[in-house]
Design a protein around this ligand. Structure first.
Ligand SMILES: [Zn+2]
Length: 270
C-alpha cells in the first residue's frame, strides 16, 4: 500500500501537470470511501484553479485558488492518475475530475480505504495530525532520540505511529531498520544516540532510493501517470522470509509485530 515514497512519486508526477490548471467538472461515481465523499465536493471543486501540489505524510494536498485544499489519502489500494481524453470507466473509478484542457484525473480504489475531501487550508494541520516527516530537515538524530525516550513500545511501532513520524508504513520501516542494523522488536527506549543517527541516515537513503525508482508497486500502486514503481525489486528484507540475507546470507526471519509482518536478518540487525 502507498507510503511516503509512493505518495511523493504521485505528487512529483502530477505536480507539473496539474499546477495552473482549472477544474471543469467533477463526477462522484461512488461516495463510500473512508469518511464518505461530501455531497458538495463537485461544487467546491468546479471552476477552481489548482495552484500547487504537495505531500504531507501520506497525504496529497492540492492547493486551490480559494484558500481551500483538496486532500487525498490513497488508503490501501488508491490510485490517482491523470490521462488524456475520456477513457472508458474502469471498475473502482470512484471520482473523476475533468480539467479544462480535457484531461481527466481519476481516483480508483478497489478497497475504498482512501479519502478525498476539500478542506480549509487552515484545517490541514488538524485534519492530518501528523508527526515529523522523515525527509524534513527537522528529522534529526536528536529529534528521534527524544521521541524514543521512555517509550516501552518497539522501535517498529514508534516508526509506524503517524502522530510521531509521518509517512512510513510496513514496507519501508522493515527496509529502514535493516539498513540501520536494528531489530524491529527492539524497545524504542534502548536506542542510543548512535543508533538514532544510523536510523535517520538509513531512512533518508531508503526513501530517496525508493523515490528514484518510482516507489514500490506490489499490487495496485501506480504513479500519477499510471506507471508502476520498481523499488520492490530492491527490497532487502520485506516479504523475503526464509530467503538469504543479501548482506550475510543467513535466512531472513519473519513474525508479526504491531499486527503486521516484520522481516529482519538475525545476524545483521541487533
Ligand atoms: Zn544479514
Amino acid at each position: 500500500m502507498p507510503e511516503l515514497p509512493e505518495v511523493e512519486t504521485v505528487v512529483r508526477t502530477l505536480g507539473p501537470e496539474l499546477a495552473g490548471r482549472r477544474i471543469a467538472d467533477v463526477v462522484v461515481r461512488e461516495a463510500r470511501l473512508r469518511g464518505g465523499v461530501a455531497p458538495d465536493l463537485p461544487d467546491r471543486l468546479r471552476g477552481r484553479l489548482v495552484t500547487a501540489i504537495a505531500r504531507r505524510g501520506k497525504y496529497l494536498l492540492a492547493t486551490l485558488d480559494d484558500h481551500r485544499v483538496l486532500l487525498v489519502h490513497l488508503g490501501m489500494t488508491g490510485r490517482l492518475t491523470l490521462s488524456s481524453g475520456s477513457p472508458p470507466w474502469e471498475r473502482h473509478d470512484h471520482v473523476v475530475v475533468r480539467l479544462e484542457d480535457g484531461r481527466v484525473l481519476v481516483y480508483n480504489d478497489a478497497r475504498r480505504f482512501g479519502r478525498i475531501a476539500v478542506i480549509e487550508a487552515t484545517a490541514v494541520e488538524a485534519e492530518t495530525g501528523l508527526g515529523l516527516d522523515p525527509l524534513a530537515a527537522a528529522f534529526t538524530a536528536e529529534a528521534l532520540l527524544a521521541l524514543t525516550r521512555g517509550r516501552r513500545t518497539s522501535i517498529k511501532a514508534l516508526l509506524m505511529d503517524q502522530r510521531r513520524i509521518a509517512g512510513l508504513g510496513n514496507i519501508y520501516v522493515n527496509e529502514i531498520l535493516f539498513r540501520a542494523g536494528i531489530r524491529p522488536a527492539r524497545r524504542a527506549r534502548t536506542l542510543r544516540r548512535a543508533d538514532c543517527d544510523r536510523l535517520v541516515r538509513a531512512a533518508r537513503a531508503v526513501l530517496a532510493d525508493a523515490i528514484r525508482r518510482g516507489g514500490s508497486s506490489i499490487s495496485d500502486y501506480r504513479d500519477g501517470l499510471g506507471r508502476r514503481g520498481w523499488f520492490q525489486l530492491r527490497h532487502r528484507v520485506y516479504d523475503r522470509a526464509g530467503e538469504p540475507c543479501r548482506r550475510c546470507g543467513d535466512p531472513i526471519r519473519s513474525r508479526p509485530i504491531v499486527g503486521r509482518s516484520s522481516f529482519w536478518c538475525p545476524r545483521c540487525q541487533r
